[in-house]
Design a protein around this ligand. Structure first.
Ligand SMILES: C[S@@+](CC[C@H](N)C(=O)[O-])C[C@H]1O[C@@H](n2cnc3c(N)ncnc32)[C@H](O)[C@@H]1O
Length: 359
């Protein structure tokens, strides 16, 4: 059996006019691999050693679709998604999933266990763009049992057992959305920094597919550590770190600065009643305040284990650095994360806004 939820995972091709049931393609590809090998390019991709799919993603051949979605690319010891190969900077292996779940825990600590700040009431349709492990979508489905929660992602890394009102689809959210217009009561975006080439186009899609009176919420943090008390000197490595991440994002064509732009951008898209709530994630447990210290401890752990996944592909593939140089850079970051003299943090924002009732 496939390890993918039969009821809850579908394939939804943005820009295409059909949705394909992933269970069908998965069974098809699993049950006939040898036949597929001999017959077509798509199936050869499925069995290829390279770990990625060079065949068309857009054809009608179900085995090609299956291979595109279920395969992966191995790169410098880490596993990456294959559907829209190269579109996302982060790995999708077990280690990367654990880091995403650490971040989910940190957001719950930050927001005092709330899953969102937008004042949604009786939501029926909820969308989580770039859902990752689906942990937020699953929690939302539990919290709102009468709502249908849909999580979309490039990677099929969501768990098999999920609440019956939670579903996942493989989809590229940066393309045209094929959902019905005026459909979602709530559209949620969290940590899609470095993922979206054109945020204005993205928010225009979100606006069109949100119900009049429905809400959007964007939760993002900066990648540039900063400090308020002068303990992070002008030449501190954290400045280099932030500068390098932002430069890589620019070169990649997907910036990491959305945390400070989202309020303005969703206003431009037409959302109203826009609110911004700021937060700070300390780089380690340096604060004395109990809540901030706890978040800092988690952030230190998340970053110590996570920086390789955050940066290895960007540094080597986008920046052209050697793996050795990249690893040195990551080692320097891990060293700084152990210093409690530097009172640095990552600023972040939760931004939410409403689609006008009259829209
Ligand atoms: C940093 S993770 C955040 C995951 C999740 N939102 C969370 O907060 O736990 C970014 C996720 O976005 C997904 N992603 C990146 N680009 C995407 C795209 N164009 N369409 C759909 N998902 C995308 C990645 O596969 C990854 O799972």
């Amino acid at each position: 059996m496939m390890t993918i939820a039969s009821e809850s995972v579908g394939l939804h091709l943005s820009g295409q006019d059909s949705a394909v049931d992933l269970q069908h393609v998965a069974e098809s590809s699993q049950s006939q691999p040898e036949q597929a090998t001999a017959d077509d390019d798509g199936a050869q991709d499925f069995l290829s050693d390279s770990g990625f799919d060079s065949g068309s993603l857009l054809g009608n051949e179900t085995d090609t679709l299956a291979s595109s979605i279920l395969n992966h690319r191995m790169e410098n010891g880490r596993q990456y998604h294959a559907y829209r190969d190269g579109a996302y900077w982060g790995p999708n292996d077990e280690k990367a999933k654990e880091i995403l779940d650490f971040a989910h825990h940190m957001y719950l600590l930050t927001l005092d266990q709330k899953l969102h700040l937008a004042p949604i009431a009786n939501p029926q349709n909820i969308l989580d763009c770039g859902t990752g492990t689906g942990i937020w979508a699953i929690d939302m489905a539990d919290q709102y049992p009468s709502a249908t929660v849909l999580g979309t992602d490039l990677s099929p890394i969501q768990p098999e057992w999920v609440p019956p009102n939670c579903h996942f689809e493989i989809d590229d959210v940066s393309l045209d959305w094929t959902f019905p217009p005026n459909h979602f009561d709530f559209v949620h975006i969290r940590e899609l920094f470095g993922c979206i080439p054109d945020w204005d186009f993205f928010f225009a899609q979100a606006f069109e597919h949100t119900k009049p009176g429905g809400w959007i919420e964007i939760v993002e943090h900066s990648v540039c550590p900063t400090s308020d008390d002068g303990t992070m000197g002008r030449n501190h490595f954290y400045h280099t770190w932030g500068k390098v991440v932002c430069e890589m994002g620019e070169r990649f064509g997907k910036s990491f600065t959305i945390w400070e732009e989202s309020a303005e951008r969703i206003r431009r898209a037409g959302f109203v009643d826009v609110q911004t709530v700021e937060f700070k994630w300390p780089m380690n447990g340096w604060p004395t305040d109990k809540k901030a210290k706890n978040i800092g401890r988690w952030n230190q752990l998340r970053l110590m284990d996570g920086v390789e996944g955050f940066m290895l592909r960007l540094l080597t593939q986008v920046g052209g650095w050697s793996v050795a140089r990249a690893q040195l850079h990551l080692a320097q970051m891990r060293k700084e994360l152990k210093s409690y003299r530097t009172h640095a943090y990552l600023p972040g924002t939760v931004v939410y806004g409403r689609k006008p009732f009259s829209a």
